[in-house]
Design a protein around this ligand. Structure first.
Ligand code: ATP
Length: 319
């Protein structure tokens, strides 16, 4: 990796801040391979970036500090504000690679619920890389940032890229995918999160017990890719699939009812997003999504519902 010498602040506002947005993701197809010797599972997934955005604002500071507001701030299991936060790790990694001091005050305003299967932490890390690159004038290329993103976590490269992409490896090896239209969804957010490692462990347990399919039973990305290229929403609805869904439902049986509530209320299809527990319900169009959200909000099955669309761009500077 080659880095230009620091070029001074480029996108800093008059008040000394730089702000970036990054989107949540839904895995419209997620096939999980067997456990690998390195402890990870091989994945084949189709990511879709949706219009639920976290906002990361950075300014120069002494040392590093992180504040979190919005979703997941406070409560019994708050999003961490120390080195455990992915934005902290993103800052240290970028500073080390660029040879600059890791000095910034980072404010994360979260709209993406935490531990919800929407890759909110990964989105924040991607936004932090983009914002700090501008604040510190490190002038990393998109390729440089993508390489750092892959070291931070499997979903972070997609947080940078956005749009639609086929992910392989641990999810970090991306191939962009063409999508010709917008897709409209309702996200049903549950009370409380699910731990991603716990959901993978539950899938391994179910497979060992012969209670979840492996290999041929897993969804192929091809029908989803074909539907994204040219299909009507019904074709995409028929192709959606997530190997982690059985494990998420096993750990959180109320999800079965939540998935059914979404289709009963008019969704073309519903699936668990990533490791859950968020339910992603596909609607015919924007009006149908708004109607679906109103019905689901009235039923009280979810803590909150959000109408979103995608694809949307990945992490980028705003203002
Ligand atoms: P995954 O990306 O593994 O699918 P997820 O989308 O379910 O995860 P995240 O919101 O990314 O979940 O958070 C998972 C955990 O990561 C949280 O419980 C929290 O402890 C930790 N974490 C670290 N940094 C952040 C962040 N900026 N926002 C949210 N959680 C974070």
């Amino acid at each position: 990796m080659s880095w230009s010498s620091p070029g001074g602040p480029g996108h800093t506002r008059g008040d000394g801040t730089v702000t970036a947005h990054a989107p949540a993701k839904v895995n419209v197809s997620l096939a999980v391979g067997p456990l690998r010797p390195d402890g990870f599972h091989g994945l084949q997934t189709v990511y879709l970036a949706v219009s639920l955005l976290d906002t990361v604002t950075v300014r120069r500071g002494e040392g590093l500090s992180v504040t979190v507001t919005g979703e997941g701030a406070g409560g019994p299991d708050p999003v961490p504000t120390d080195r455990r936060n992915l934005v902290w790790q993103a800052a240290e990694l970028l500073a080390e690679q660029a040879g600059v001091a890791a000095e910034a005050a980072i404010a994360v305003d979260k709209a993406i619920p935490a531990a919800a299967g929407l890759a909110g932490g990964s989105a924040d890390a991607a936004a932090a890389l983009v914002a700090l690159d501008a604040l510190w004038g490190t002038r990393a290329t998109r390729g440089d940032l993508t390489a750092l993103a892959a070291r931070l976590g499997s979903d972070v490269p997609f947080g940078l890229a956005g749009g639609v992409a086929l992910g392989s490896g641990r999810g970090e090896q991306l191939t962009p995918v063409l999508a010709r239209r917008q897709w409209h969804w309702v996200l049903g957010v549950a009370e409380g999160g699910l731990s991603t490692p716990a959901v993978y462990a539950e899938l391994d347990r179910l497979r060992a017990a012969g209670r979840a399919p492996e290999g041929e039973g897993t969804p192929s990305p091809e029908p989803v890719l074909a539907a994204l290229r040219s299909g009507p929403p019904r074709a995409l609805a028929a192709a959606l699939g997530n190997d982690l869904q059985a494990a998420a439902v096993s750990l959180r049986p109320a999800l079965r009812r939540a998935l059914r509530a979404a289709t009963d209320a008019g969704a073309l299809a519903s699936l668990v997003s990533g490791s859950g527990p968020t339910v992603a319900a596909l609607a015919q169009d924007e009006d149908a999504a708004v109607r679906l959200a109103a019905v689901l909000a009235g039923e009280g099955v979810f803590r909150t519902v959000r109408v979103v669309h995608g694809p949307v761009p990945g992490a980028r500077l705003v203002g």
